[in-house]
Design a protein around this ligand. Structure first.
Ligand code: 5GP
Ligand code: MG
Length: 179
């Protein structure tokens, strides 16, 4: 598995340090708000579970699963909800936890959906951000790292549902997906 990685972008130690920083910021912002942490499955599950254990305030946990039509590498912009939230969010402060923002279509869709349901506030916490790839206007409120336009795997991010269990973030060798 490790042989398929071209380059390590962030090691486990670096990730842990960044998680501490993000969690400290969020703990300050969300004290006494009891937000709903909405994890976007499946990619964000590793990030979300590491992050939430560092958050020192009351929160509810929920999740959604979405998919973009077309391939992952070039999402067509149409987003489909595969698994909805288990509870209503009217009047709630929602914190969406996502692995990576690429075109921005996924988060634009979720933002609109949760706004329609009457959330009090909607913020986005994305571990990775590829700003060069943005097709729609979406900004994350909290970002772990800005990353270059490369295909990244590990720490929850997959290629063909593989590599999610890598404890670090890396660039996948082109030879892995070019054949
Ligand atoms: P967006 O709607 O912003 O284009 O799509 C975001 C989703 O595309 C992410 O949640 C992730 O599933 C996928 N994605 C975008 N870039 C990458 C990448 O570099 N590596 C992996 N594994 N998935 C990516
Ligand atoms: Mg995703």
């Amino acid at each position: 598995m490790n042989n398929d990685i071209e380059k390590v972008l962030f090691t486990e130690d670096q990730i842990n340090q960044r998680l501490d920083e993000l969690a400290a910021t969020l703990t300050e912002k969300y004290q006494d708000k009891c937000p709903v942490l909405v994890t976007v499955m499946t990619g964000a599950m590793v990030f979300s579970s590491d992050l939430m254990r560092r958050l020192n305030f009351k929160l509810n946990v929920d999740y959604v699963d979405v998919s973009s039509y077309g391939t992952e590498a070039a999402s067509g912009g149409e987003v489909r909800l595969i698994q909805d939230l288990s509870a209503g969010i009217k009047g709630r402060d929602v914190l969406i936890v996502e692995d990576i923002i690429d075109s921005g279509h996924t988060l634009k869709y979720l933002n609109k959906l949760f706004a329609q349901r009457g959330a009090n506030s909607i913020k986005i916490c994305a571990f990775l951000d590829k700003p060069d790839r943005r097709e729609v206007d979406v900004k994350a409120d909290y970002v772990g790292y800005e990353v270059p336009n490369e295909f990244i795997v590990g720490y929850g991010l997959d290629y063909n549902n593989l590599y999610r269990n890598l404890p670090y973030l890396g660039i996948l060798k082109r030879s892995v997906y070019a054949n």
